[in-house]
Design a protein around this ligand. Structure first.
Ligand code: GLC
Length: 422
């Protein structure tokens, strides 16, 4: 193998300042088209909820459904932006060889019964009345804060009989079957909306919530637009944004995915996909007959490996490919992992700029963007790459933007939504 091959592959993942500015401009343009009800790749879903003022109080149950793990929690909102997570539980949605509630072999009934059983485990035999907020992290059309119908699975989920259904009705039936009629779902929100609600509950002046994890998506608070009757949070489903140039590895990944041509941005950015992109690159570089399996966690291991001989990188590649890397190759692997994750962070940051330009057309004030997700928290260099992209796109205005890690995330956000709707 020659170094040049690596250099070419790495170059496929580079994005220039002009590329990023172009993406930001297209995002802004598409938001404005979407608000006018014209077709764009952004779904622009009305969440039927505004921002909390921090005074919301009470005990609420929360569900966080939509990533690798299902989480449930009991949250106490104390008002004044204070909260405590009284109890929480989490279980994976799939355990290889045991069960998988995310694939097309699973049914809606089995999935929602699994969710209800985790609620049962959380509250035990208590017969107290509980109101529940549900973070359901998939594109759904809503007619109010309770009623959300799944448009289409994303993130390679394929559970049967859920698309087109009213999610909280499926949940209610499952709760009923487990004698949990004291638990009443009263609000359903996207996870990006949960991030924004959680942020707005504890801080002021925040209008953008984003998820940078298994999936990637962003919402914002639309307060002043002729097409919107009442100020509301809009779930952009920005993972579906498609004005992007794809390289050969993006194309291969897309073609083999559950839903080709969809979720183009997400497939270049999110944790569910970046390990796989890396796998396509290695398949090409090493001429492998089959596609190896790599995850975003493997990319983190490589990026964290600063040892002089790249011992961890060599070991990881040996475990996956049974190949012994030279020092130079190990270094090139590190650069490739860096290029894939840097592109991911830069594209996400460009999309944030498009949203900021829409919200603040007359100049950028100080603003905090709240971001939740394993990728944002755990992948080395993500914040630096996002910040660098903001500098390139916004120049001196970049200093007014802070990228903050969400506190409380989906579990807090769902409780806040329930409190706002009780
Ligand atoms: C996918 C879903 C979206 C969700 C995001 C992050 O993009 O379509 O609804 O917000 O993943 O979980």
């Amino acid at each position: 193998m020659k170094h040049k091959d690596f250099a070419q592959v790495i170059d496929e993942f580079s994005t220039t300042t002009d590329d990023l500015k172009q993406i930001a401009a297209c995002v802004r343009y598409d938001i404005e088209k979407g608000l006018a009800n014209e077709a764009t790749s952004l779904r622009m879903l009305n969440s039927y909820i505004g921002l909390p003022d921090g005074s919301e109080k009470g005990d609420y149950l929360s569900i966080d459904f939509g990533g690798t793990n299902l989480r449930v929690g009991l949250v106490r909102l104390n008002g004044n932006g204070n909260f405590t997570i009284e109890k929480k539980l989490a279980k994976p949605l799939k355990v290889p060889g045991k069960y998988d509630y995310t694939s097309s072999t699973a049914t809606a009934k089995a999935l929602f019964s699994f969710i209800a059983s985790l609620i049962k485990e959380l509250i035990g035999s208590s017969t107290k009345k509980y109101y529940l907020g549900h973070t359901f992290s998939f594109p759904s059309t809503q007619t109010n804060i309770y009623n959300a119908k799944l448009i289409k699975w994303t993130k390679e989920f394929a559970t049967r009989d859920v698309e087109g259904k009213i999610i909280n009705d499926l949940l209610k039936d499952a709760l009923h079957e487990q004698q949990l009629d004291n638990v009443e779902p009263i609000a359903i929100i996207n996870d990006t909306v949960a991030v924004l609600l959680a942020a707005a509950y504890t801080s002021s002046n925040t209008y953008i919530g984003s998820i940078y994890a298994t999936g990637h998506n962003t919402c914002y608070f639309e307060s002043n637009n002729k097409y919107i009757k009442k100020p509301t949070i809009i779930n952009l489903e920005i993972g579906n944004f498609d004005k992007l140039s794809l390289n050969d590895y993006d194309k291969a990944l897309d073609a083999a995915s559950v839903a080709p041509y969809e979720q183009r941005l997400e497939k270049m950015v999110a944790g569910r996909y970046i390990g796989e992109l890396f796998a396509y690159c290695l398949q090409d570089l090493f001429g492998l007959a089959t596609l190896p399996v790599f995850s975003s966690i493997d990319l983190s291991v490589i990026l964290e490996d600063e040892s002089p001989n790249r011992t961890a990188t060599k070991q990881l590649i040996k475990d996956h490919l049974q190949v012994d890397l030279s020092d130079d190759e190990a270094l090139a692997i590190n650069r490739l992992a860096d290029a894939i994750t840097a592109r991911s962070a830069r594209l996400a940051a460009a999309s944030y700029c498009g949203i900021l330009w829409h919200i603040f057309p007359h100049g950028q004030p100080e603003h905090r963007i709240f971001i939740d997700g394993s990728l944002f928290q755990n992948v080395p260099n993500v914040t630096t790459n996002m910040q660098q992209a903001l500098n390139e796109i916004l120049a001196e205005d970049a200093a007014k933007i802070t990228l903050e890690s969400s506190k409380g995330g989906s579990i807090l956000g769902a409780a806040v939504a329930a409190a706002m709707n009780q």
